[in-house]
Design a protein around this ligand. Structure first.
Ligand SMILES: Nc1ncnc2c1ncn2[C@@H]1O[C@H](COP(=O)(O)OP(=O)(O)OP(=O)(O)O)[C@@H](O)[C@H]1O
Ligand SMILES: [Mg+2]
Length: 260
């Protein structure tokens, strides 16, 4: 198994505040990780490191065998699929869905004068089909519902066949039907033999797709626990991190949590 992320003693300091504190974390190519933790715990910051969008203030972060700070991130970023709200905000509202996905081949948001090969267009259409978005191909991104926009962002993130897929709250703001459909698509994608390593941030254990193998629990910038999902997503751990006495159940490969 190839190592995709190797973080040793990684800290991120902003305005004198330590928002990630001595994080040790390894992700291998066959692993599917979920990151859980309260608001402000540092989940998005950790994902931004993994996406080579920021560098650590201390420690060493190796992404796809490249040490952040010692490589050209513009060579690295096309190998990483990343979907987040911050990235979605950079997509022009009048961009068509097809172009939102297509422009991933150039790591840009907003079609300008790039020449796209027929093969790129064919691939974009195939990806839209796989994520059940073909009917929206000509629609403007800004006019889509939140759920549709989320799915388009994931299609964009997988367009370049990334070696690691990073998703920041992909199911946030989805209705129940849209959430379940997305989890089914994600679970199916994750279980394909050639799927990349996946790391997904979420607030709710109900949003963990079936087949996810590992979990990392963050609390105030520190790793509370990490490892195989069944050892980490437990009532004791979640109660500690969220400060509420919780009951956690796992049925049919899905989790639920509620106050004990
Ligand atoms: N550039 C920055 N400058 C100063 N503080 C920052 C910066 N980026 C993040 N922070 C702070 O670091 C902390 C962690 O932020 P982060 O966005 O990683 O949390 P999160 O776990 O993703 O939270 P949420 O669940 O609300 O999305 C927060 O308190 C945030 O305000
Ligand atoms: Mg966040």
């Amino acid at each position: 198994m190839a190592s995709v992320l190797q973080f040793s003693d990684v800290s991120v300091v902003r305005d004198g505040n330590t928002i990630l504190d001595s994080v040790d974390w390894n992700v291998d190519s066959k692993e599917r990780w979920v990151i859980l933790g309260p608001n402000g715990a540092g989940k998005t910051t950790l994902l931004q490191l993994a996406a080579a969008q920021i560098h650590p203030s201390h420690g060493e972060a190796v992404v796809l065998d490249s040490t952040l700070g010692a490589v050209d991130v513009f060579d690295l970023r096309p190998r990483i699929g990343f979907a987040s709200t911050a990235l979605a905000r950079r997509i022009p509202a009048n961009e068509t869905v097809l172009d939102v996905v297509l422009t991933a081949s150039y790591s840009v948001t907003g079609r300008w004068n790039e020449e796209y090969e027929e093969i790129d267009t064919r691939r974009a259409r195939r990806v839209l089909g796989e994520w059940k978005l073909s009917h929206l191909e000509d629609r403007r991104f800004g006019n889509l519902s939140d759920g549709e926009q989320k799915r388009v962002q994931i299609a964009r993130a997988v367009m370049t066949d990334p070696e690691v897929l990073l998703l920041d709250e992909p199911a946030a703001s989805l209705d129940l039907g849209a959430r379940e459909e997305l989890l089914q698509l994600l679970g199916g994608y994750a279980s394909a033999p050639d799927a990349p390593a996946i790391v997904m941030v979420t607030h709710h254990v109900e949003e963990i797709p079936p087949g996810f193998s590992h979990a990392l629990l963050l609390s105030q910038g520190e790793v509370h626990d990490s490892g195989p999902i069944e050892e980490v997503v437990t009532a004791g751990n979640l109660s500690d991190v969220f400060g509420v006495d919780l009951k956690v159940e796992r049925t049919d490969n899905r989790f639920t949590a509620r106050a004990a």
